[in-house]
Structure formats: structure tokens, C-alpha cells
Design a protein around this ligand. Structure first.
Ligand code: CA
Ligand code: CA
Length: 254
């Protein structure tokens, strides 16, 4: 059957005759196929795809000004309308009346969608033809997407919020303020408690002095930053711990 299907095109019908040594041999199989049987198949090719196929991107509208392009780590808002090749509607943001929002490159959508949304500018519209292995695979999605479905998405990029450099969850917009530890330790007890830490970081963000990675929960990021500084895990950061971490130049260092 493998050999009989090589070179067939979509829509084509073929009769494939398979001799026993390329089918079930002298033994046969089950109760229906006796030994040494010649098998004759009538086949019609409905559709096929190749695992090396990529997402096919067609730009359907490009704004005159199209300089700022999406990249990994950006928080983006977009509209989509997703159908099967025969036009069957799978899902559309327009039916919810709001955009779909993701961090690009964070595996929040199928790989083909992620590819199709890269290097796109606000206002741009594209049509994405996504092969099954970059969409919902051989299994599909129960009651929604059949197995091995090629997906067709119309997408429109609505907004980009620029992400941080890869690996960073917080960055300073300018120089790191001197006397940082003392500034964070509001009550001056020689330790930075979680609330002091959180207040300080949020203050920097609100004042435009620092930036958190967009599209993630701010308090979760700050919690992680705190744990990272609190070397011995006792729930507070001493000046000594703070210095040690700063020397290591970790990614979301202060
Ligand atoms: Ca304190
Ligand atoms: Ca500690």
C-alpha cells in the first residue's frame, strides 16, 4: 500500500493491486483474508500532508507603517478566525468580542500559530495554513477538531507590548539605583521582608524606572525574584544575601 500511494495527488482515484508477498503473505490474517490472497483496493486521495511542511503564511493586508515587528517574548493581542479546509468554523475571537492575548514563544498556542504570528506588525492581517503536526495533531480536539486536520486561520494583530530580553523577568530602564538594599528596607531593620520587596518593585514599575515581563502575573514574578534573593529561604533577605546574589549576576538580579 505504501508503494501504491506514492505520487498520488489530492482527488485522484486509483485501484491498487497488492500481491500476497507485499500484503499478508502465505499466512493471511484474521478470518477475512486467507493465505496467499491478492488484495485489490479502490482508493481516493482526500488529503495528505508531509511532516516537513511548515505553516504557510500569506499576508492579506500590510499597513503602510510596518516597522515594529513581533518577536519572542512580546505580549500580543490578536483576533483569529479558525476553520477547517472545507470552511467548517472551529473558533473565532470575533464571537467573543475580544482579542486573544498571549506571550509569543511561551507555548501558549499551537506551534503553527506561534510561527505564523512572528515578525508581524500591528494592523497586519495574515492567513495561516497550518499542517496537523503543527496544530492539533493526529488526535485533534475532542468534539471540536477532527484528527489530522489542516487548520486555516485568518489572524489580525491588534497590539504589541514589547517583551524583555530572553531570560529576564525584570529589568531596569535606567541605571540600577545606588543604595538599593537600604532603599528597599523601609523599616530599617537590616532585612528586606516580602512586603517591602514587593512594594519596592511595584513602585519602580509604576514610576517607569523598571519593567516586568509583560503577559505574566506581576506578583508571581516578584515572588520568584524574592525567593531567588533569599538564599537560605528564611523569608527575608539580608544585606549579605543580597550582595552575594548581585555578584552572581543572575538574570532577574536587581
Ligand atoms: Ca525591613
Ligand atoms: Ca534569607
Amino acid at each position: 500500500m505504501d508503494e501504491g500511494l506514492i505520487g498520488v495527488c489530492i482527488g485522484e482515484r486509483r485501484t491498487i493491486t497488492i500481491p500476497p508477498h507485499l500484503a499478508y503473505g502465505e499466512e493471511g490474517t484474521g478470518s477475512k483474508i486467507p493465505g496467499s490472497a491478492v488484495l485489490v483496493f479502490d482508493v481516493q486521495m482526500i488529503d495528505f500532508h508531509n511532516p516537513s511542511d511548515n505553516t504557510e503564511v500569506t499576508v492579506t493586508y500590510k499597513p503602510e507603517e510596518c516597522d515594529k515587528l513581533t518577536k519572542k517574548g512580546d505580549f500580543i493581542k490578536y483576533h483569529y478566525n479558525g476553520t477547517l479546509l472545507d470552511g467548517t468554523l472551529i473558533d473565532s475571537t470575533h464571537s467573543y468580542g475580544k482579542t486573544y492575548n498571549i506571550v509569543l514563544g511561551a507555548n501558549q498556542v499551537v506551534p503553527g500559530m506561534e510561527d505564523g504570528l512572528m515578525e508581524m506588525c500591528v494592523g497586519e492581517k495574515r492567513q495561516l495554513l497550518i499542517p496537523p503536526h503543527l496544530a492539533y495533531g493526529e488526535r485533534g480536539v475532542t468534539d471540536q477538531v477532527p484528527g489530522s486536520a489542516v487548520m486555516l486561520f485568518d489572524v489580525e494583530l491588534v497590539e504589541i507590548e514589547e517583551g524583555l530580553p530572553e531570560g529576564y523577568m525584570f529589568i531596569w530602564n535606567d541605571e540600577v539605583p545606588p543604595g538599593l538594599f537600604a532603599e528597599m528596607d523601609k523599616d530599617n531593620n537590616g532585612e528586606v521582608e516580602p512586603s517591602e520587596f514587593t512594594d519596592y518593585i511595584m513602585q519602580q514599575v509604576n514610576d517607569g524606572k523598571g519593567r516586568l515581563a509583560p503577559g505574566f502575573d506581576a506578583y508571581r514574578i516578584i515572588d520568584n525574584m524574592f525567593s531567588n534573593q533569599d538564599r537560605n529561604g528564611d523569608g527575608k533577605i539580608t544585606e549579605e544575601e543580597f550582595k552575594l546574589k548581585a555578584d552572581e549576576a543572575s538574570h532577574d538580579e536587581l
